[in-house]
Design a protein around this ligand. Structure first.
Ligand SMILES: [Zn+2]
Length: 427
């Protein structure tokens, strides 16, 4: 690729700065809140119409029968494909359309797409409509550069990422939309900062532990058996044995922030005993049940089976050592950790593009939480996938969420150059 071509490509993106801002604002104005999954259809159709006008073939795929799908809130995904001039590989940009609730504490309307101080504000601005807009502008600029593209370009807007991705990337991956020979390289423009390449994420295990007791009158607790005290024994064992063990377990995954380079366990909630009666008047009983939800995040060096066995062993030990201790444990949700090779095509090409565009050494990172890469890896069997996009992850799901306009322009250049290089590398 000549320096002239590169300069023209980047100038083309600079010239689209206002268009990029406008596109981001329009996307924010679709209140694609999940749950329940509002405005998915008009948002998907808006993207489809735009890319159709640019010569893309458009598919709308409704994930029928997936959680939350119904005629009022259809799970609609849009996939746009532009075939290449040759039989080269396909580079796919995947963004989720859904956003979380706006919540309180905003100083601007979360769905107006307000522009101020070089930033676009709104729910989903960084997570991840800014990234989606940047990828669309990147691809359009690449097409307009007039160069022959030997492979295909795809852009998808998928739903339900914030609730596990079952009506979005998971559904599509099961049907071959994220597998060779259709797709070869995937970039997910999640907000990980313009100079960082995210190569994977930790895993998750959510489970509910219930301890059982025996109900009795609160004035004579010795006639019952308190499930809350049994749960206390569980928490006490967590404190004494499990937490120190988890904190000592370190990963080779480059997770940021570095506190997440250990195994972690959050106790999400504990509910014990009978519900209070009217106006908070206490239930006069010994609790016969106590439930705790745990959120265990696991490292690539760990297995789900091993992580579960560790907790079960601790509970079984309580069965043996604590009179009356009985429990149940129930899986709620699980995701195994995933990490692609930093020397693989998409990671190394994007890193090279960052060096070229920003002039800084890129950082390879992993995310503490999960995103749709898990489905592309596990279900689509496509390893060559990263997350790369504008915005600051810490702002995601916060009030006054924003994305920086300079960052969007910069990341669009990196995406355009990465796509060009990937299309030509395998040709
Ligand atoms: Zn996201």
């Amino acid at each position: 690729m000549s320096d002239n071509f590169l300069a023209a490509l980047f100038n083309g993106i600079d010239a689209r700065r206002d268009e990029l801002v406008d596109l981001t604002r329009r996307l924010i104005r679709f209140p694609t809140i999940n749950p329940p999954g509002d405005a998915y259809l008009p948002c998907a159709e808006f993207i489809g119409a735009r890319l159709k006008a640019r010569g893309f073939e458009i598919d709308y795929v409704r994930a029928e029968g997936t959680p939350g799908d119904n005629d009022r809130y259809p799970r609609i995904n849009v996939i746009a494909r532009r075939a290449g001039a040759g039989a080269g590989p396909c580079v796919h940009f995947n963004s989720h359309l859904d956003v979380v609730q706006s919540g309180g504490g905003w100083s601007v309307d979360p769905f107006a797409g307000i522009v101020r101080d070089g930033k676009v504000f709104g729910r989903g601005a960084c997570d991840m409509k800014g990234g989606l807009a940047a990828s669309i502008i990147a691809v359009e600029a690449l097409i307009d550069s007039g160069t022959d593209l030997p492979g295909a370009l795809e852009i998808s807007g998928t739903v339900d990422e914030e609730s596990g991705g079952y009506g979005g990337v998971h559904y599509l991956a099961e049907r071959g939309w994220f597998s060779a020979p259709k797709v070869h390289h995937v970039i997910i423009p999640e907000p990980l900062n313009v100079d960082r390449v995210c190569i994977g994420h930790r895993g998750v295990w959510w489970a509910e532990i219930e301890t059982h007791g025996r109900i009795a009158h609160g004035s004579m607790p010795f006639l019952g058996d308190c499930a809350v005290r049994h749960m206390h024994a569980v928490v006490e064992r967590f404190e004494r044995e499990l937490y120190p063990k988890l904190a000592a377990r370190r990963t080779d995954m480059p997770v940021v922030p570095s506190g997440a380079r250990s195994s972690t366990l959050n106790i999400n909630s504990i509910h014990g005993g009978q519900a209070e009666q009217r106006e908070g008047y206490p239930a006069p009983c010994v609790p016969d049940s106590c439930r705790m939800i745990i959120d265990r995040r696991l490292l690539i060096e760990e297995t789900l089976d091993g992580v579960k066995a560790e907790v079960v062993a601790l509970l079984e030990d309580l069965v043996r050592s604590r009179p009356g201790f009985r429990y149940d444990i129930r899986d709620i949700f699980e995701v195994i950790p995933t990490m692609t090779d930093r020397d693989g095509p998409v990671a190394s090409t994007t890193a090279a593009a960052i060096r070229r565009v920003i002039g800084r050494e890129p950082q390879f990172i992993c995310s503490p939480g999960t995103y749709d890469q898990k489905h592309i890896d596990r279900v689509g069997k496509l390893k060559d996938c990263i997350a790369y996009g504008p915005g600051i992850l810490d702002l995601a799901h916060q009030p006054d969420e924003y994305v920086g306009i300079d960052d969007m322009v910069t990341s669009a250049k990196v995406m355009a150059l990465s796509a060009w290089s990937l299309l030509h590398a395998d040709a």
